[in-house]
Design a protein around this ligand. Sequence first.
Ligand code: NAP
Length: 392
Amino acid sequence: MSEKIIIPFIEGDGIGPDIWRASKMVFDATVEKIYKGKREVEWKEIYAGEKCYKKYGKWLIEETFKEIQKYGLAIKGPLTTPIGGGFRSLNVTIRQQLGLYACVRPVRHFSGVPAPVKNPEFVDVVIFRENTDDIYLGIEWEAYSKEATKIIGFLSKEFKISINEDSGIGIKPMSEFKSKRLIRKAIKYAIENNKPNVTLVHKGNIMKYTEGAFKKWGYEVAQKEFGDKIVTEDEVYTTYKGKVPLNKIIIKDRITDAMFQQILLRPKEYSVIAAPNLNGDYLSDAILAQVGGLGLGPGANIGDNIAVFEATHGTAPKYAGMDKVNPGALILSGSMMFDYLGWTEASRNIVHALEKTISSEVMTYDIARQIKGVAPVKCSEFAKEIIRNMEN
Ligand code: NAP
């Protein structure tokens, strides 16, 4: 008997329909070729963004959340941020409402993709970025607003802190619970995937009780919950004379600015990164650029029992409907989804075929324009070539 799974999908806005069509072809092909009918996927469309607005007069509907909760996962194309729609961002709303606290972004180089550094192949890192805390909570008030003025007055009266009265005010909460659950997920991932180290990235030298606490809580989780599996970088030197004990994962930390240098200069030393919201945001785009860019940046937003997979890039509206852009990021997000489901053979098949396709110089415009003499293929042609390169 065949195992059938229902996966909800959101097509997305702008280039969403183009890359979804191409990606779905690849997903169906890998499942068919690997499992030959023993496993099947039924895709179920759910709505958010412009298509949702046209159909239901709303940018997001309750049904969408219910379906994702029911099936425990979904895959989505990028969504436009509606202006004046009552949402700061549909993506942020989906992440927060479903408690998808970890934004997971694997970044590696694909042979044949031009990159701005000499050895992009040294980059192979998975970033765990906190999604529900820190500045993305969006607690801020405009300069001169009633609220900003009130807070400035309060700080002056209660704490003798003097702030210019023409200041905007933002609040940066970082909680022990939210920091620890993110770091716990990153360490678990490192253990399950035989990764050699986890780095906590923070600006704790300046923001001691938020970013500094993130680091402190990180070491606490590591030592208390994974003590037999990890070693701290300090211990490597103080106890083990600079030699990492066999089968132990090193837990280390880096101050954010130093981390930006380190990942450029010594990328081999980093395999998993756990970062608060803003650091993780900057860092994941910078590392992606280091290996050649957005078109191949997959991602997932994962909670305790729910995951939504999506490309890192946006809706690139100027290319909408042109069958032109690179579907690689969504295709690789699908590969992450198959891994999440335990369908690892289907996932590996996608990655190998994509590697083969790019290294044979079949590529969409974004990569082709950087290589002399290479003519771009369309979004759909790229997907078809990936399927041709798959194992049967
Ligand atoms: P963007 O849509 O990511 O596009 C910026 C540029 O990146 C494009 O013009 C294109 O570069 C390149 N690019 C993006 N995706 C590509 C792909 N698949 N293949 C090849 N090149 C690709 O960023 P944006 O213009 O800042 O944002 C547009 C909208 O997307 C906004 O409404 C934003 O809120 C939304 N957004 C959504 C998500 C999400 O749903 N997760 C994420 C980010 C942004 P060239 O022009 O150089 O060809």
